[in-house]
Ligand binder design. Sequence first.
Ligand code: DGT
Ligand code: CA
Ligand code: CA
Length: 573
Amino acid sequence: MPVHNADIAEIFNRIADLLDIQGANPFRIRAYRTAARTIAELPRSAADMVERGEDLCELPGIGKDLAGKIKEIVETGTLAQLEELKKTTPMELADLMIISDLGPKRVLALYKELNIKTLEDLREAVKQEKIRRLRGFGKKTEEKIAESLEKLAAAGKRFKLIEVEDLVKALVERLKRVPGAEEVIAAGSFRRRMETVGDIDILATCKRGSPLMDAFVNYEDVREVVSHGDTRSTVVLRSGLQVDLRVVDQESYGAALHYFTGSKAHNIAIRKMGVKKGLKINEYGVFKDDKRVSGKKEEEVFAAVDLPYIVPELRENRGEIEAAQQGRLPQLITLEDIRGDLHAHTKVTDGRNTMEEMAAAAEERGYAYLAISNHSKRVTMAKGLDAEGLAREIEKIDSFNAQSRGIILLKAIEVDILEDGSLDLPDDILKELDVVIGAVHYNLNLPREKMTARIIKAMDNPCFHILAHPTDRIINRRPPLDVDVEALLKAAKERGCFMELDAQPDRLDLSDVYCKLAKDMGVKIAISTDAHSTAEFDFMRFGVGQARRGWLEPEDVLNTRTWPQLKKLLHRK
Ligand code: DGT
Ligand code: CA
Ligand code: CA
């Protein structure tokens, strides 16, 4: 049974949840959450590391005790401690915490007083108006809970790309090893690199008699088989991720790949173009008078309607078909175009590695420059820098650069944009920096006009260069700021400022649609990882994926430039 990093992280998060509900020591709870995050973001398989006898204590936030627990999970698939905890506190209770008004104390109270263990129980209790009668709850709270329950039911869970990448890779590799298997590929929103996916659509071809379908429904990671047919099956993995597998004939592979890659809107537009030419286009091929004329290769579907190949990331029917017709498809940015990272943290504030370690890791990735951009003092939680602290950082970077023969470190800050639009540090220190990134972290609930004016005021400061994670949304957790992004883009254009595409997989902010708008309005974008550890530099792939969905070409992106070119762009008049 393969133990994925996501499984280990899930167990640690579960333990943290249960300890939380039991009212355990907050430091202990935090240690588990940190460990969960470390493992979830690890670029390698923790199970492999254990098997090779590597020392897990080298990982940030993992001590001897946690290393032993990881080993136990890898070897047994679970943790004795979790099984113990489950005896005193039902595991399902943790699920209740996604209701925004329910913290650990309330969850425990609901369990003790009303024996509420599941979302279903909770729904029932709301219906019978039982919760409002509990001490410390009241009618208002009950109504809020009802609202959250409704939202939850409407949303349906979508998975972030980082949550599914490993699972998909492992499954596709497993299927490829089945005797007689030929093509095996994940299509759907996953192939289009959407920021979240509803389910995974795997397409395969195989030799006659291949046990591919059986291998799929019997895969170790499957929790439930929803349907099982000869050419189509659906399963749910242990993580809750649903996966469809479609097996098609070789002659249909290209047409099926096009069809199952989607998007639906793109498919419909292509099919309509086919109809005009007297062609029927579906997942089995391209047909003229019921005779298959092509469909073995994906390119043939486009060729049938006189189009060049369109990459999956663009297939949203947002103008890509017109652009293809007119021969003006963008030459999308790739990872290889990226020459540096313009947003990274170190141990000095809330990062997990030193400046030197971050520099070495960036250099390893072939970067020419890396901006060291720690938080400013307003972010007390992260030990944000005051002017003196920043001055010390500037000195450290200068002396690093004086000795470095490779990578250049850029002097930077992620300075807080205060409620009135002023910056959290004085101009005379900001002036000393190569890159000033402004960010909103507090007072997130301002009305739209105020929020927009606040950020534009920050851009008025001639020290300001880049707006970090412009809408501040956290996928599946926090909605975007109520802010007029178009007005921000216009202001940025007028002032010679730039926007960030934060590549953290739970931010991916700006979104694809706003990236395209920025491009159309002539505002350049920094694709930045906002790395809090060396491993997080790998998040660049998510940023580039999102940028491609937003039609960005190397020209549209700041950090495709050499440092001398970039320096000129950062010079504000
Ligand atoms: P998701 O799973 O919500 O993240 O998004 P998709 O795009 O993966 O959608 P999904 O899984 O429902 O379907 C996979 C692909 O199959 C979709 O991108 C296009 C194709 N498809 C599904 N339903 C239809 C349909 O009614 N018409 C056409 N033309 N294509 C469809
Ligand atoms: Ca899908
Ligand atoms: Ca599907």
